[in-house]
Design a protein. Structure first.
Length: 305
């Protein structure tokens, strides 16, 4: 699906003009892919990389344009079951216009990072900046979810919440790899900034983005280390909760079984011992059952089980 945009008063707004400088292709079909390859001379492999979620961020200098492949967070849905993934996006810079290619629908031009854009070249940088900020937003959400799941684990006796933590930990590994890959791309852009004609202001923006990306990586690393280091302890909590439940059930079972055993002896089809043939026999038997229960609990406390 093709959408056209333009820069108007430093804002990205939709445009109906075919000469619009910003072309956005969302999940392009085969005809659109062929158009990009034949008309704009975009390399087929590079175009496929822009739609491959497992592709690493990189920079490619092609005849007539520069290709920026970078990572961004994939839109989360309930079907993902707390697994956050990263997707890939391609930005093809032709000097006076750019082509954006991505696999899934997203709010691409929202956020304060894109509130003020002076040129299509600056837009390339700010799109990467937006992706970094998006990663940081997801990291905060992951941390909040992890805290909530940890509270539930304290009372849990099943593996469901542990599986949720495993999914969050896996998400952090994906994000670490994606942010680190973006960091390599940013460093390469900074290295060739003068060659690409970046202004001093744009180079300063690149420096800020590099710092933000590094902080994002460190944050993902800290969250991942915390989850990994405490995972065994959380698994032990679930196991201990189950042991406590089994202990309680055993107490109840034995407490019922002991008086039942006493009563069962006197209910056999034989003569009652101690000459118990009168009406007080029922109360004597019940008393013995009660004494057996009390004796059992005294013994339990003595053993400190």
């Amino acid at each position: 699906m093709l959408r056209r945009y333009k820069i108007e008063n430093t804002k990205i707004v939709p445009a109906g003009d075919e000469t619009a400088p910003i072309l956005l292709y969302v999940n392009p079909d085969e005809d659109e892919k062929r158009l990009l390859v034949d008309s704009y001379q975009i390399d087929e492999h590079t175009l496929a990389s822009a739609l491959d979620p497992d592709e690493q961020a990189r920079l490619e200098c092609e005849p007539g344009h520069i290709a920026f492949i970078y990572k961004r967070p994939k839109n989360y849905s309930g079907e993902d079951q707390l697994l956050f993934k990263a997707s890939t996006m391609g930005v093809f810079y032709f000097g006076d216009f750019i082509i954006l290619v991505l696999a899934d629908e997203t709010s691409l031009f929202e956020g304060k990072q894109l509130a003020k854009v002076g040129s299509v070249r600056e837009l390339v940088i700010r799109l990467i900046y937006r992706a970094i900020f998006h990663f940081m937003e997801h990291l905060r959400i992951i941390n909040q979810i992890a805290d909530d799941v940890e509270q539930k684990i304290n009372k849990a006796m099943e593996n469901r919440f542990l599986i949720n933590l495993f999914a969050l930990q896996k998400s952090l590994v994906y994000y670490q790899n994606a942010v680190n890959s973006n960091g390599a791309l940013i460093e390469k852009i900074r290295h060739y900034a003068a060659k690409y004609g970046f202004t001093q202001e744009e180079m300063e923006l690149l420096d800020d983005i590099a710092v933000e990306n590094n902080q994002c990586y460190r944050q993902a690393e800290v969250y991942s280390n915390i989850l990994a280091s405490l995972m065994d302890a959380r698994a032990s909590i679930v196991s201990n909760n189950l042991n406590v439940l089994m202990k309680t059930l055993n107490i109840i079972t034995i407490a019922i079984m002991v008086p039942t055993f006493v009563v069962s002896i006197f209910s056999m089809n034989v003569a009652l011992p101690f000459g118990l043939r009168e009406h007080p026999a029922f109360w004597i038997i019940m008393g013995l059952a009660g004494i057996s229960v009390v004796s059992f609990f005294i013994f339990w406390k003595y053993k400190k089980w």
